[in-house]
Design a protein around this ligand. Structure first.
Ligand code: HEM
Length: 278
């Protein structure tokens, strides 16, 4: 039974003629009407929701990552680290969502697979943007976005701009360590190539963390981010293999072999190499 003071409280918060309600603020009518299965198959709702949830986490990641990159450019390491920690937490949530999706069997999936034709996560512009921000620059990956000029423009900008790792290396140079010009002024539209001098600079940071504490902490945060990204790739691959085996992907790639090759990608190579050097 409600106590009288609860009722008073409720009355004060039931007039939404003048005030924004929870649903209005969060635009829940739009969000909750955006799940439109194309079949009657029970599991199609799960499939749509998991993709949408991951896209929302990606949206937050892009928001945090771009702000963290701007702060790092200005040399503000601490607040950037806080944002990168949030990126890591979002990645963990994305990883957890595979557990829910894995409850769908191959037979469940086949109930609705034909309905979405050639649509594939391969065409996710947010995912590609995150890859570009992290530095996995593959210009041909822009092709699936030609039909959406606003997405294409966003990707083009990120392709031409320094990645998170480029910005980190500029900071390392600004703190007096030796990063060669060929690395600092490279063609940003290509992936970073491992460099012996960069490796030596990180080695100095890891040998003397007390002298380079901010850089040391930043380096470990970058390793956290890449570690989590690898886990996402691996969880996706395993989920895909258990659901579609070695069938071709809806986006037109070979499917599992394509995803397995992506496991070889290294975003911040010298940060992994330095572990061997120590
Ligand atoms: C039944 C579940 C799923 C299957 C069978 C599946 C299958 C595939 C396959 C085969 C590819 C390779 C590209 C292609 O030819 O289509 C791919 C790529 C991709 N998928 Fe999934 N996927 C599933 C769930 C998801 C979910 C929940 C997400 C979350 C957003 C996702 C995001 C992606 C992304 C971003 C790529 C591009 C990866 C890259 O280019 O490295 N997928 N998927």
């Amino acid at each position: 039974m409600n106590r009288p003071q609860d009722e008073t409280y409720l009355q004060a918060h039931t007039d939404f003629q003048q005030n924004l309600s929870y649903g209005d603020y969060l635009m829940l009518d739009q969000v909750l009407s955006a799940q439109r299965p194309l079949t009657q198959a029970h599991d199609e709702v799960l499939f749509i929701v998991i993709h949408q949830v991951q896209e929302l986490w990606m949206k937050l990641m892009i928001h945090e990552l771009t702000s963290a990159m701007n702060l790092l450019k200005q040399g503000h390491v601490d607040p950037a680290l806080k944002m990168l920690t949030r990126v890591c937490r979002a990645q963990e949530q994305m990883a957890a969502s595979w557990e829910v999706l894995k409850t769908m069997t191959p037979s469940d999936y086949l109930q609705f697979r034909a309905s979405f034709g050639r649509a594939s996560g391969f065409q996710s512009h947010q995912y590609r943007l995150i890859e570009f921000l992290f530095g996995n620059k593959q210009p041909f990956m822009m092709r699936p976005h030609q039909h959406r000029p606003e997405h294409h423009r966003l990707l083009e900008e990120a392709l031409q701009a320094p990645s998170l790792y480029d910005i980190a290396l500029h900071l390392v140079a600004a703190r007096g360590l030796d990063i060669p010009e060929r690395v600092l002024k490279r063609d940003y539209s290509q992936p970073h190539q491992p460099d012996a001098q960069v490796r030596a600079a990180w080695l100095e940071v890891y040998r003397h963390p007390e002298q380079h504490w901010e850089l040391y902490y930043l380096a470990e945060k970058l390793v956290d981010v890449e570690d989590n990204f690898r886990r996402w790739r691996f969880n996706h691959l395993t989920t895909v293999e258990r659901i579609i085996g070695h069938k071709q992907g809806s986006g037109g790639t070979a499917g599992v072999p394509y995803l397995r090759r992506a496991l070889e990608i290294v975003l911040f190579p010298e940060l992994w190499q330095v572990r061997t050097d120590l």
